[in-house]
Design a protein around this ligand. Structure first.
Ligand SMILES: Cc1cc2nc3c(=O)[nH]c(=O)nc-3n(C[C@H](O)[C@H](O)[C@H](O)COP(=O)(O)O)c2cc1C
Length: 363
């Protein structure tokens, strides 16, 4: 049932893709915090639909804070925000009321909610709901950056056949900032054009493609997270798997550890000036569920967008017989391109919540 997440910074998400609005409530923000309007708008622009390689749905993602602020600052009361839905073409979804899109949530929604769920535009399962996550993530990013110098960023490690290089052990704030400003963020020079023409080809053929996003947080102090049951990995993964389309998460070398020996995998310690550091960062900045002071690095795998123009097999639930479906309407050829700020929001929220948990425990 839960649409609420968090223990110290609590978020509640609501809305449907083609209902009145999407939005949410953020509870636990410090009073007197200036709303970081520029950062919120920057992050929302990164997620916004309507670019060349995104769904053609034209939402300006403008928002209205309806509670919890006074004179541009937080009051300490729950902060509620709404994003009104404007560019709605629910007719595009009429066929999906009875014919579920393969691998979308139409079928499970029909079963779980006895047919009462709002199917229009994917209803509650639409990527549109992630606008609120990005909003809440921008608040978390702003707090983390201002009080602790923690910065978060990500790039596309893999888009179908196009592959980028992974983050190095050392990651600079400038590098993360640069990535945040790119429409298709890659670390390697010269693959942007290749990825763009690849995605255009995919889109033209009525198909979609999956991707892997690699994300990092730098400036994270050692000691955030708990061994049981709020390990840093557990808390962050819980949020990441709530992002529609996420089908895999791995930290540091992750599944790659299966091919490594301990002598290759272990991150040896050394003194970096007066601070403790490790030569490699195969653990992705986490040991025993607790941050170790190295950058947090993890990968998030996104499935190919389920809605595709190519004809697919499905069922007609009114007639209870096999049927064909090719999805019309407006869809992203690759979800991940718009989802980077959503993944970063999840990381910022997990970091802030666990950092506040530690502060509460230590008085
Ligand atoms: C930013 C974003 C945009 C998305 N856009 C689409 C879309 O245009 N068409 C679509 O079928 N799915 C889209 N999705 C993915 C679906 O919402 C998701 O696949 C669906 O809810 C099923 O959930 P699952 O893939 O996690 O199992 C998007 C997801 C995100 C995060």
């Amino acid at each position: 049932m839960s649409s609420t997440w968090g223990r110290n910074i609590k978020i509640t998400i609501f809305g449907e893709s083609h209902g009145t609005c999407v939005g949410g409530v953020v509870d636990g923000l410090p009073p007197g915090m200036v709303i970081p309007v520029e950062l919120i708008e920057f992050e929302l622009r990164r997620r916004k639909p309507g670019g060349n390689l995104a769904t053609a749905r034209k939402e300006d993602d403008s928002y209205e804070i309806i509670s919890g602020i006074y004179q541009g600052m937080t009051t300490g009361a729950p902060l509620a925000v709404v994003f009104r839905n404007k560019d709605i073409r629910s007719g595009d979804y009429e066929e999906m009321r009875s014919k579920p899109r393969p691998s979308h949530a139409d079928y499970v929604s029909m079963v779980k909610y006895n047919g009462f769920g709002d199917h229009r535009g994917g209803g509650r399962f639409s990527g549109r709901l992630t606008a609120f996550l990005v909003f809440a993530g921008a608040l978390a990013k702003s707090i983390l950056s201002e009080r602790g110098g923690i910065e978060v960023g990500s790039h596309l490690l893999k888009v179908g056949q196009v592959e980028d290089q992974p983050f190095e052990t050392e990651i600079s704030p400038q590098e993360l900032k640069l990535l945040g400003g790119m429409e298709m963020p890659f670390l390697k020079d010269g693959i942007n054009e290749k990825a763009l023409s690849y995605l255009e080809k995919i889109k033209k053929s009525g198909d979609s493609v999956g991707a892997i996003v690699e994300t990092a947080a730098i400036g994270v102090p050692a000691g955030i997270g708990e061994p049981f049951f709020d390990s840093f990995e557990s808390v962050l993964s819980g949020l990441l798997y709530s992002i529609p389309g996420v089908k895999g998460v791995d930290f540091g070398k992750g599944f790659g550890f299966a091919e490594m020996k301990g002598s290759e995998a272990n991150d040896s310690f050394f003194m970096k000036g007066k601070s403790v550091a490790t030569i490699t960062n195969n653990s992705g900045g986490i040991n025993g569920g607790i941050t170790n002071g190295m950058p947090i690095v993890f990968k998030t795998a996104f499935r190919p967008t389920p809605s595709i123009g190519k004809e697919q097999e499905t069922i007609d639930m009114d007639e209870m017989e096999s049927a064909k479906l090719s999805v019309s309407g407006r869809h992203d050829p690759c979800i991940a391109v718009r989802a980077l700020p959503v993944v970063e929001a999840a990381l910022a929220l997990a970091l802030l919540d666990l950092q506040m948990e530690g502060e509460a425990l230590n008085g």
